[in-house]
Design a protein around this ligand. Structure first.
Ligand SMILES: [Zn+2]
Length: 93
């Protein structure tokens, strides 16, 4: 007998995360990118890629490796892959 399964709350829905925005400025190019950061300091991989491209879309450009890009981009540059489709920003950088 196929019954109607009662709706069950998943962990993801019951632990709703609050988001904070973090804006970075690449001082070398004068570009900015804003990301929505979850409580645990992570952003989605898509947001990570978009932010990096927005801050510097020039292939071969080395601005990120130099201090010229400024301190606010460091959490993005030193972010680590959490292995579940998200990236954790390193705000201690
Ligand atoms: Zn650049």
């Amino acid at each position: 007998m196929a019954g109607i399964h009662p709706y069950q709350r998943t962990g993801a829905e019951s632990e709703r995360m609050t988001m904070q925005t973090y804006t970075m400025t690449n001082e070398f190019h004068g570009t900015t990118a804003t990301v929505r950061v979850a409580d645990d300091g992570t952003i989605s991989k898509d947001a990570y890629r978009r932010a990096r491209r927005k801050l510097c879309g020039i292939s071969g450009c080395r601005c990120f490796g130099s201090s010229a890009s400024g301190k606010s981009v460091l959490p993005l540059l030193q972010a680590e892959d959490t292995g579940d489709g998200r990236v954790r920003l390193n705000f201690d950088a």
